[in-house]
Each structure stands twice: as C-alpha cells, then as structure tokens.
Design a protein around this ligand. Structure first.
Ligand code: ACO
Length: 435
C-alpha cells in the first residue's frame, strides 16, 4: 500500500430517510481509518459539514504520524525523540522530503547543494530596503519568499524533477538568509552574507548577530539548541499552514508561492505565532507582580477573550512530545547562556497551576511546542518578532515534503470545499436612489 493507493477496509452504512448508502472505508497503516464520502453528494444530494476540519481527512500521507491521545510523533516512522537526540536538521529535512534517511554520500551532496545556494540575488537588497524599519519579519519573509520566484523561472516547472529539486534546495538554503536580513533591516544593521564553512543553524546565528566591525563566534551549544528546535518544528502533518501550502499548491501555483502562503498562515497567534504570544504573556505576568493564578483565572473567564498562549492543541490531548523535549533544552540553554530565567520560572509555575486546574484538565489543555520554544529563542538573543520566522525555517522541509507528496499523488484535485448557504433567497435589485 502506498500513500497514493490506500487500502479499503469494507464499507460504512449511512441511512438517510429510506435511502441506504454504503460508503467505502479507507484504511490507514496506523491511526484513524476514514469514511470516503467523495460520492456522497452525487448519490444523496448531501454534503458533510465540518467547520475547522476536525473530522476531515483531506489526503492520504506517508510523511508524519501523530497520535494525540498517546503523545506520539514520528517522521517517516522515526520517533521524534530519536531524531531530536541523534539527527541533524538537514538530515531530517532530507528524510522528510525524499522519504528515507540519506546515505553518507547522499547527505554530503544535499548539504553541499544547500550550502552553495545560500546567497540571495543581490537585487533583493533593495527589496529589504523598501520596507519600514518596524516591519514585522514574518511579513518580510512571506513577501521575500514569493518574491524569489521572480528570479527563478524554472520555479514554474512543477512537474520537472530537476527543476523541483533545484527549487527545493534553493528554498532551504535561502530562507535563513531572508529571515536574517529581515532582522538586520529591523535593527538597522548591515546585511551579513552567509558563511559556507558554518553549519545550517550556526550560519543563521552568524547572519543574525555578526556585524562587519567585529568578530562573531557562534556558541556551539546555542547552534545545537537552534538545530534541535528546527528538527522539532520540521513537520506536523495537516496543520493550518501545511494545509494552506497544499491548498495553494493544488492550484499548480509554484512552490515559492505555496510556501509563502504557508508562512502567512503560520504567522497567526493560534498557530506558529503563539511562541511570540507566550513571551508577551509571561512578561505581562512578571510586570503584574507574578501572580500566575490570576492569569490562569483570566484565561478561564468566558467573558474574557484572553487565552493562555502555548496551551492546548487541536490534536494533542495528552501531552505534546515536542514540549517535553523543548523544556529540557530550555534548561540547558539558559544554563549555557546565563540568560535571565525569571520568565522560565514563571512559565514553570504557570504550567504547574494550569495542569492542576480542573478547567485545563477537563479540556485536556497541555503545554504545546510553543510554550517553551520562545524562552530558548529569547535566551539566544532572538527578539520576539523573530520567533515565528525561525519556526518557519524549521517547518519548511515539512511544507516541501507535503507539497511534493500532493503534487505527485494521482488522488490530488484542486482544493475546493463546499458550503452550506444560509444567506437570503433571490431578491430584486433596488436602484440606489430608491433605497
Ligand atoms: N487557554 C484557555 N482556554 C483554552 C485554551 C487556552 N490556551 N485552548 C483551548 N481552550 C478552551 C476553549 O476555550 C474551549 O473551551 P470551551 O469548551 O469551554 O468552549 C476548549 O478549551 C476547546 O478549545 P478549542 O478552541 O475548541 O480547541 P481547538 O482545537 O479549536 O483549538 C488551539 C486549538 C487553537 C491550539 C487552542 O487550544 C488555542 O487557542 N491555544 C492557544 C494558542 C496556541 O498555543 N497555539 C499554538 C498551537 S501549536 C501550533 O500551532 C504550532
């Protein structure tokens, strides 16, 4: 069985009045099976209704498995804990995109390709110059990503394997440069060019924090922690930004356009933007005297729109395995950098209070990946508005792998949900002078 030809496991019966319909069941290799409703409307005149798609499988996929009840996450079958402990971000990127762990030679070639595409076109300097100094780096990153397609006409060859591979390597190589330059623009420092003798995470740190007037030494523990964060963010099956990438890609828009749309979707505080919101909340709690219980109560108040950022997840209803790994990494990074750990202390107290609180327990709201990641970013010197930018760099291989799987699958159609119309019936137009 492949992702493209899922096995069938019998049928499910649906009775609508006197009509009996047999709907095929699509069998997974692990996890939820699905009822195939593709012919439901043709046979019954009915569609399904599932706002937020909580019960809708939009595709088959062989990339990432997650079990929210058990707190399991695997990329291509490999547990996230093993990859976090033993792999590197570029190896994980290769695994996600090309399906298997690379051999020595394959990894060397991939790393060499990515390393030698890190420069962005010099004309793009003007592009950064044209934004206001306080532009949010996510806006700059999303526009820079789709902007890159203007330089590479082969980006439109989405069914040509060589062109696709080059586009993939360019994207992985250049996104850190775009991200770092969006930061340099914001702080008014000269853009720093990539250094090909550095590893992927170390190079990002170099482009962000080096200045031409001084020598900058990358702290290897910090580079290692950043690499770990990128691994933990690398894929998460059909979340909002990945579904956006697939949706845009299903129109056969080029990969830069699809990834740019994914970056925009990631930006929201209910998704990748939560890491920024967590630190803002922790800072507000500290400024407010550190009364954690008061803020937990605020999050529970149905008349208050405030939510505890970094808590809750559509799929994880036990614990987020990434949060467990990140919390340990945060401890290491704070020790290595000597960063102020007042916020870490508040975060831990907040977690303790929330995890004992009936509201959070009954709704199965646990810390998610973003709860502790912001603390690491902050300890290594990232300003808050750069956190989600870094998340996007981590998620990039997942978006690419999901786009590639989608574009290669014979089951793929243009994404186009239906609706249940609840607006007015037909009525006659009234000229404006009679209204
Ligand atoms: N704080 C307070 N209450 C919460 C929170 C929270 N963080 N999260 C969910 N709830 C409550 C809801 O109000 C709702 O309560 P109700 O049943 O009394 O109405 C219940 O828990 C269920 O929440 P939903 O919003 O229905 O769950 P959904 O699956 O739609 O949303 C989401 C998931 C968006 C992640 C939500 O938990 C949230 O807003 N969390 C905070 C933002 C966040 O951390 N996002 C990052 C997620 S990880 C990622 O995207 C990388």
């Amino acid at each position: 069985m492949t992702a493209d030809s899922p096995a069938r496991a019998g049928t499910a019966g649906l009775r609508i009045g006197a009509q009996e319909v047999a709907l095929p069941i699509v069998e997974s290799s692990e996890g939820d099976n699905a009822i195939d409703i593709a012919k439901l409307r043709a046979e019954t005149g009915l569609i399904t209704f599932d706002p937020g798609y909580g019960n809708t499988g939009a595709c088959t996929s062989a990339i990432t498995f997650l079990d929210g009840e058990e707190g399991i996450l695997r990329y291509r079958g490999y547990p996230i804990e093993q990859l976090a402990e033993q792999s590197t971000f570029l190896e994980v990127a290769y695994l996600l995109i090309w399906g298997e762990l690379p051999s020595h030679d394959e990894l060397d070639r991939f790393v060499a390709e990515v390393t030698h595409h890190t420069l962005i076109r010099e004309e793009m300097r003007h592009f950064f110059d044209s934004f206001p100094a306080d532009a949010h780096p996510m806006a700059v990153l999303a526009s820079g990503t789709v902007g890159m397609s203007t330089f590479y006409p082969d980006a439109h060859e989405i069914f040509e394997a060589d062109a696709v591979e080059t586009t993939i390597n360019r994207l992985i190589a250049k996104l850190p440069t775009l991200a770092a330059w969006s930061y340099k623009k914001a702080v008014g420092q000269p853009y720093v060019y990539p250094r090909n003798d550095l590893g992927y995470a170390a190079n990002l740190l170099h482009m962000m924090f080096a200045v031409p007037s001084e020598t900058y030494e990358v702290n290897p523990q910090v580079a290692e922690a950043l690499d770990l964060l990128l691994i933990l963010h690398a894929d998460h099956e059909q979340n909002a930004s990945t579904s956006t990438v697939r949706m845009v890609g299903s129109t056969h828009a080029n990969l830069y356009a699809s990834i740019s749309a994914g970056i925009s979707a990631l930006w929201g505080p209910l998704h990748g933007g939560a890491n920024e919101a967590v630190i803002t909340t922790l800072e507000r709690i500290v400024a407010d005297g550190g009364n954690v219980k008061k803020w937990v109560d605020k999050a529970k108040d149905p008349n208050d729109t405030f939510r505890l950022a970094g808590f809750g997840h559509r799929v994880y209803k036990n614990f987020d395995p990434r949060a467990t790994i990140i919390k340990r990494a945060a401890e290491r990074v704070l020790a290595a950098t000597g960063a102020d750990d007042e916020l870490f202390d508040v975060a831990q107290r907040l977690e303790e209070v929330a995890l004992r609180d009936e509201y959070f327990v009954s709704r199965k709201l646990y810390p998610n990946v973003d709860f502790y990641s912001g603390l690491i970013y902050q300890a290594i010197g990232f300003p808050k508005n750069m956190f989600t930018n870094s998340f996007a760099i981590g998620r990039l291989p997942g978006w690419i792998a999901q786009w590639k799987e989608m574009i290669e699958a014979s089951e793929t159609k243009i994404g186009r949900p239906r609706q249940v119309y609840v607006g007015p019936g037909t009525r006659d137009y009234t000229p404006i002078e009679q209204r």
